[in-house]
Each structure stands twice: as C-alpha cells, then as structure tokens.
Design a protein around this ligand. Structure first.
Ligand code: FAD
Length: 288
C-alpha cells in the first residue's frame, strides 16, 4: 500500500497549559515528516493574535512548514492583507484562505463593508500580493450554504482558478463520500489535488454533534459502534480502527495525501499514521 504524505491541523492555544499541550503534540507528530502543519483562525476572526503568535512560534522553533489559516470575517481588506503580510514577514508563505465562519450567535456571514465579500476575492488578492501557496476548503457533502453539489463544485473551481493550488476537505466518515466528490470535481475540470480532511474521533458525542452542525452525515453503523464501545470502555480502540480503515480505503482508492484535524492531541493521529506506515523510519527512508 502507498504510504501517504500527511499534513496536520492545530488550533492556537489560549493559555499556557494549552501552549504546552500543543508543543507536546508537535513534538510527537513532527517526526512523521508532515508536508506542512496549519493553524486555524477562530470563528469570527476571534483568534487573530493567537493564530499569528502560534504560526510565528511554530515556524521559528519546529522546523516544519507552517500554513496560517486566514478568513474574511470582521476585517477590512487592508487589515486582512496586513495580517497576510505579517505572516510573510515572519517567513510564512503558506495560507489556507477561507471565507470563514461568522462569530458565535450571528445568523450568517456578513461581509465587512470594506472587507472581502467572499473567499474568491481574498484568494485573488493574496495571489496578487504573493508569492503565497494558497490552499482552500472543500465540502464532500456540500457546504450548508450551497444550493446543490454542482454549485459547490463550481465555486471550488472558481477558488482554484483565483489562485489556490490545493483543496483540503471537511471531514467525513465514509470513503465513498470522498470518491463521489472527487469524481464530481474531475468532471468539472478540477485537476488540483483534493486532500481528504481526516478527523480522528477523540470523543464521539462531541464529534457526532459537531458533524451534524456542519452537514457531515453520521452513518448509523458508526453511531451504534461508538455507543457500544463507549459502554464497554473501548472507544479508543474503535477510534483507531475506524480512522485507520477510512484512511486505508482512501489510499486504496488512489489518495496519496491526508490532512489530519489533530485537535491538538497527538495520540490517535500518531497511532493511525503508524498503522498506515507513516513512521519516523519511513520518513528517513524517503529522504535517503
Ligand atoms: P466558500 O467555499 O467560499 O463558501 C462556502 C460555500 O458557500 C461554497 O462552497 C459555495 O457553495 C457557497 N458560496 C459562498 N459564496 C458564494 C458566492 N459568492 N457565489 C456562489 N456560491 C458561494 N473557519 C474558520 O473560521 N477558521 C478556520 O481556520 C477554518 N479552517 C477551515 C479549514 C478547512 C480545511 C475547512 C474545510 C474549513 C475551515 N473553516 C474554518 C470553516 C469555513 O470557514 C466554513 O466552512 C465557512 O462557512 C466557509 O468557508 P470557505 O472558505 O470554505 O467558503
């Protein structure tokens, strides 16, 4: 089986304890040789400074390629581009460019009167201000605001045409979901890499609730399996098995890159990667 390349997503720590947890996570996962690690930007732009600091620190001290998430929410164009320039000044040239989620409690996305109206505008401005490597989000089960899958795929194509070079997907639970989406993208003439987003399931109650909120369907078999495993205290085993199986099916279907939503916890991602052959040793052999 092909050994996949991986990338890892973190969120910026809010306090000292969380900073140590993130750093421990980085220490455990860095030897797996990720293509890049990315740091999210809180909903509503709430973690602007924390994201900037985490990105700069990781870039300076981890030796990894760091990508900064950047959204259009609650900021003027000039402010958003100044943040991007700040990343570039710190030596960070990889950006995950997003429209962004609105602040908690808001009905939906409202562009700032002087801000970017949507992700395509942000991507085009970054491409012009560049050089940046720009990645974007993609939605195998259709973004909740898209009228249908065709419109969603057409919009993804517009984001790539505006200057992005790769898409990272929302998480999903069944490989077929990704393959159907990949086929639709191919049919629409998209030839950029579409990298599956993988969410190792740390806590089923939290993950299934989050999935329902963002339009990811929750298969009945998975819900039943976690209900039984939680009752028997073996949810960690199940989580590793389920995630490894999903990744294996994706790889068998031709996927060679995976993007892990680590939630700043290293164990599950590490165990799944090891099961897939992504080990410190495999990375050394790749370099040799
Ligand atoms: P877009 O793809 O621009 O828009 C979402 C959908 O709405 C599109 O698929 C399209 O169907 C429709 N749409 C929007 N505008 C138009 C238009 N003008 N014309 C036609 N259709 C349109 N959120 C954060 O706040 N911070 C993060 O760090 C963050 N990281 C993420 C990382 C990944 C990999 C993913 C997949 C999502 C992330 N999100 C993050 C969530 C994301 O911000 C939300 O899903 C948001 O609602 C959409 O952002 P987007 O850039 O993907 O939107």
């Amino acid at each position: 089986m092909t050994i996949p390349e991986i990338s890892l997503e973190f969120f910026p720590p809010r306090d000292l304890e969380a900073s140590f947890r993130l750093w421990d996570t980085v220490q455990v996962l860095a030897p797996l040789g990720p293509r890049f690690v990315s740091v999210t930007y809180g909903a509503g732009g709430t973690t602007r400074d924390l994201t900037r600091d985490a990105v700069a620190t990781l870039h300076k001290h981890s030796g990894l390629t760091v990508a900064a998430h950047l959204t259009c929410v609650n900021a003027t164009r000039a402010e958003t581009l100044a943040i991007a320039q700040g990343f570039a000044d710190a030596g960070v040239r990889d950006i995950v460019a997003l429209r962004g989620d609105p602040p908690k409690g808001a009905a939906g996305f409202e562009p700032h009167p002087d801000g970017f109206a949507n992700s395509c505008e942000l991507i085009a401005a970054l491409a012009e201000a560049g050089p940046f490597t720009i990645r974007v989000g993609a939605y195998p089960e259709v973004h909740p605001e898209a009228p249908n899958q065709q419109a969603d795929v057409d919009w993804l194509k517009a984001k790539l045409d505006a200057g992005a070079t790769e898409a990272l997907t929302q998480f999903f639970f069944e490989a077929e979901t990704f393959f159907r989406f990949r086929d639709a993208c191919e049919k629409a003439g998209i030839d950029a890499p579409i990298v599956p987003g993988i969410l190792p399931i740390e806590n089923w109650k939290g993950v299934s609730g989050f999935a329902r909120r963002c339009g990811t369907s929750v298969p009945t078999w998975l819900d039943e399996a976690f209900t039984a495993a939680t009752r028997d205290g073996r949810q960690d085993l199940l989580a590793t098995a389920v995630c490894t199986e999903l990744c294996s099916e994706l790889i068998e279907g031709g996927v060679d890159k995976l993007h892990f939503y680590t939630m700043n916890r290293p164990e599950l991602t590490r165990d799944v990667c090891h099961a897939l052959g992504v080990t410190p040793k495999a990375q050394l052999e790749n370099v040799a």
